[in-house]
Design a protein around this ligand. Structure first.
Ligand code: ADP
Ligand code: MG
Length: 245
């Protein structure tokens, strides 16, 4: 058996000056080639989980490995798409600049960006339906368009493992369709994709597996097994019904 795309053991995060840990003792193994939703109420620690796995915030753990090696040494195989609300949209860059950033790992940070790189980045903008907006400043795009540009940057990285934080939050229907079809294509290509997802009603139609968090891991596995009324009432501390497809 090849090592799993992501293998996390005993991961805890305690933010500075907070009374309670944001996450405690999370064990999680991602299943290769699956589309997995990370779900749980607001403040459950979903974004914290992805940031800690990426090494963007301090955490304690026994293991955070991707493909059998520490995540820190596997960054060329992993892409992280942050939550849209956490991005500075006044930053003066064009949609094409953002997509091109996804190629930096390949180009090399201090090497010049050439026309062939811009052309390649333009191809990724085209995949997300944003080629016509290549020169538009990112702050002047709609929320859904911004999300698509960030997806183009993530695709340009061409990783084996994707972490996406709420790519479908607050987007229009056209954007949702484009993002979902790209996620499905990535899965067909054998990629492993973890997506923080806010909408319990659509988990069953879009995802294979789920990881249900609320400061601790409540459940993981196939969507139907995870989204039971009992697991959901533990996570959300009140009765909720999900559509498990
Ligand atoms: P989710 O993404 O599930 O909504 P988060 O991971 O953003 O939740 O946050 C989990 C908890 O950690 C929340 O209580 C939040 O207020 C807290 N938190 C998040 N970021 C920070 C931070 N930088 N400093 C202190 N507390 C934080
Ligand atoms: Mg979040």
């Amino acid at each position: 058996m090849p090592p799993p795309p992501l293998d996390v053991k005993n991961l805890s995060v305690h933010y500075h000056l907070q009374d309670e840990p944001a996450l405690s003792a999370i064990d999680y193994r991602a299943e290769a080639g699956k589309l997995t939703a990370i779900i749980g109420p607001n403040g459950a620690g979903k974004s914290t989980f992805l940031k800690a796995v990426m090494g963007l915030i301090p955490s304690t753990s026994e293991k955070i490995e991707a493909f059998g090696k520490p995540v820190a040494t596997q960054k060329d195989k992993i892409a992280y798409m942050p939550q849209r609300s956490s991005v500075d949209w006044d930053f003066p860059v064009s949609a094409l600049d953002v997509a091109t950033m996804g190629l930096y790992g390949k180009i090399g940070l201090l090497r010049p960006v050439r026309k062939k790189h811009k052309d390649e980045a333009r191809g990724y903008l085209d995949q997300v339906g944003m080629a016509d907006y290549a020169d538009r400043q990112i702050g002047q795009l709609s929320g859904g368009q911004q999300q698509r540009v960030f997806l183009a940057r993530t695709l340009a990285q061409n990783p084996s493992l994707y972490f996406m934080d709420e790519p479908l939050a607050g987007v229009d229907i056209a954007t949702e369709k484009i993002i979902i079809s790209i996620l499905e294509q990535l899965k067909k290509d054998g990629k492993t994709i973890l997506v923080v997802h806010h909408d319990l009603q659509s988990v069953g139609s879009f995802f294979d597996n789920a990881l249900l968090l609320n400061k601790v891991k409540i459940s993981e596995g196939p969507v139907k097994k995870v989204l039971t009324p009992s697991n959901l009432s533990i996570a959300y501390k009140s009765p909720v019904i999900a559509n498990v497809g």
